[in-house]
Design a binder for this molecule. Sequence first.
Ligand SMILES: Nc1ncnc2c1ncn2[C@@H]1O[C@H](COP(=O)(O)OP(=O)(O)OP(=O)(O)O)[C@@H](O)[C@H]1O
Ligand SMILES: [Mg+2]
Length: 297
Amino acid sequence: MYINATKLQKILKRRTLAFMIVEFVGKGGAGKSTLATSFVKYLENDPAVERVLAIDADHNMHLASALLGDRDVVPYSGALEELINLIGETSCQDYREALLTAERHIAFDVESEFFRKYSVSLGKISLMKCGGHTDDIRADRSCSHSLFTPLKLLLPNLELANGQWVVIDEKAGTDGVGTGVAAGVDLAVVVSEGTAASVATAQQIIQELDYLRVSHILALNKVRSKSQTDRVSERFGRPPDLIFHELEQLAEVEYGVVGPSDHDYQEFTKLVGMSQGFNSSRAIRLQRARSRLVKTE
Ligand SMILES: Nc1ncnc2c1ncn2[C@@H]1O[C@H](COP(=O)(O)OP(=O)(O)OP(=O)(O)O)[C@@H](O)[C@H]1O
Ligand SMILES: [Mg+2]
C-alpha cells in the first residue's frame, strides 16, 4: 500500500499515533542498519518517545554492534518456548500452533521477566539481538531462518503503549519478508540505493510485502544527484517517500556513531509523521501473521 503526498500531509497534521513497529528492509548494503540505527537515535531524542525497542533481525548483527558497544545480551533465538508459554495456556512446542491459538498479549515492559532476560537497556533504548549459527544449522538439521522464529511470535503479539516504538533491522534481500517476520510489523521502510540491482530487489520485497498486506514506504539512500532520483522514480513508478544523500563522513567514523544530519532529520520527522497514519494494533498484526500460515497450508 503506497501513501501519496496528499494523504501524507493529512497524516502529518493529525499526529495522533505515538507507537509503532517499523522494520527496515532492502538489498544487501542498501543502508538498512545505518538508517535503523540513526532512526533509533532520532527517536531517543524525541521527547514524545518513552522507549524504543531496537531488534536486530540479522544474524550478522549490525544493529546490535552499533548500539551495544561492549555490552552483551542473551540472544532471543533461544526464547521460543518462553514465548509460547507467555501467549498460550498450553505448552505446545510448535510455533505455528502457538500463533494460531495465542490467547495473551505481550506487553513491552522492560521490568518483565522476558525483557529482563532477552534485552539490555541503555537509557530509553532496549536492544534485542539474535544468536549466531548453531551446530544444528551447521549440520543441516535446521535452517538459519529458525533463529528468527521467536520474532514471529513476539511481534504479532506485542501490545505497545503510547510512546513505545519498535525498530527492526532486517537481513538483506527478501528473506525477512518472505519467511514471515514482516507479517508482525506495522510499517516496512524499503531501503534502496540508486543502482538497478538494488531497485530490483526493493521491487521484489514490495511484492512480498503486498502479499502479506503490510504497508510500506520507500527510502532512497546514498543519493548523489537529482537525476539519479528521477531515474529511480521512473523505475518505481513513483517518487521515493524519504531521500537520504550519500554522506562522505559515514565511511570515516566508527560505525553507527553518525547522527542524523539536518537533511536526515527532516526525513525521520516525515517517517514518524507517516507512521502516525497507520494503526498499530496487535489484532491486525496477529490476524496477518495467522492468515499467512493458513494461506500457505
Ligand atoms: N547515506 C549514506 N552515505 C554513505 N554511506 C552510507 C550511507 N548509508 C549507508 N552507508 C554505508 O554503506 C554501507 C552499508 O550500509 P549498511 O550496513 O547500513 O547496509 P545494510 O543494508 O544494513 O547492509 P547488510 O545487508 O549487509 O545488512 C556501510 O559502509 C555504510 O556506512
Ligand atoms: Mg545491515
